[in-house]
Unconditional design. Structure first.
Length: 171
């Protein structure tokens, strides 16, 4: 499991509403247990689809399940502030693969620095991933880029979804 657990009070992107989770039904009283959760769609480990930052109406449910699984290529890019094409072996990429980037930033999850000063992929690297036919990009940080989000726009406009806030890529 490469996902962050979802729970009340967990870290959220600055400006987003906090996660709420509570039990509203109890076995002793209601004959079953039930929980209610309220959170934004970008909490914890999640997938950004084209609608997130492009004019496309395509939401995650528009993609077949196969879009989100498959053979992955892991790039260990720990210690880099910006990951460029020259920092990876692009010959490892192939059409339909999932490109995962281990920046080590997941260790900062829950700190102020996690959202404020995370590494980023370069726009040229995003273009390289699209040209190689990558179908999904995953990162162990809150975003593959910063405002004005050129990497998001390049990947999402090409139909390449982005998985953010992964953990455990080092394993």
């Amino acid at each position: 499991d490469l996902s962050q657990p979802i729970h009340g009070g967990m870290p959220v992107y600055p400006g987003d509403e906090p996660v709420e989770s509570s039990q509203d039904k109890f076995l002793s009283r209601d004959h079953y247990n039930h929980f209610v959760s309220r959170h934004g769609q970008h909490v914890g480990t999640h997938v950004d689809g084209p609608m997130h930052m492009t004019d496309s109406p395509a939401t995650i449910d528009a993609f077949p399940p196969e879009q989100f699984c498959g053979d992955a290529v892991l790039f260990d890019v720990r210690g880099l502030g910006e990951v460029a094409v020259a920092d990876i072996d692009a010959t490892r990429l192939f059409p339909g693969c999932v490109a995962l980037f281990l920046t080590g930033w997941a260790l900062q999850y829950g700190t102020q620095a996690y959202y404020a000063s995370h590494p980023a992929l370069s726009p040229e690297l995003a273009a390289c991933l699209v040209a190689a036919g990558v179908k999904l990009v995953g990162v162990d940080m809150p975003s593959p880029d910063h405002v004005p989000f050129p990497v998001h726009r390049r990947l999402l406009s090409a139909g390449v979804c982005i998985v953010e806030n992964l953990r455990g890529l080092d394993r």
